[in-house]
Design a protein around this ligand. Sequence first.
Ligand SMILES: [Mg+2]
Length: 254
Amino acid sequence: MKELLAGVNGRVLAQIAWSNALLAFDFDGTLAPIVAEPVDARMKPSTRKLMRELANVYPCIVISGRSPDDCWQRLDGVDLFTVIGNHGIESWWADDAMRDRVEGWAAFLRQELLSMPGVVVEAKGLSVAVHYRHSPLGDGARSLITRACRALDGARVFGGIRAVNIVPERAPDKGAALEAQRRRLGCARAFYIGDDETDEDAFALSRTGRVLAVRVGRSRSSSAPYFIKKQGDIDVVLSTLLRLRRQGLGPRSA
Ligand SMILES: [Mg+2]
């Protein structure tokens, strides 16, 4: 894994900025710092300002684990091409039977995990998140939640930051969502940045050579070839992409 902002890798972002590229972002832990209560997550004013400017010179999308409405509210004022919620599922799966099934999973888990204080089941339409950040069991809660999820029929279960996520099997993931949007927009390349296990499907697209994948935080097990050290560095990434594109567009747009 290489450090994106290290001087030696300076040309990597230029290749994106000077091509027909789509910029795609995860929200929590990437555009916005991780906070104790997910409901309080918001971009810093400097990040919001940069995103507003970026969205005027690149096609920009956000692919988040949040529900789409929740995500749009947090990105108010940024002229995004689209927001894809529920880990990439949203916008493909509007099937009522599937929504009912996922709702049933949330109800089952609420009942099943009733005896675990600090565990919160969040139903998000086409996915469920079980948050355990307030559980006194800490990471021990994760295995108990995962065990309860075994009873769910047709579910794919994966970890997040102090949360367990449940989505329908074979539903599109963040990688499928990113690739579909890239094609839809006719972009030759894409930039994707995220911080979590749910971003790995998008990171894996870097193998195609068309996606520059960046992880917030170094990780040996990640498919992302590049990383930034911390969420607070996102503004440097955004301002660099902005500056490079303006240079590429010439003096009239500078
Ligand atoms: Mg994230």
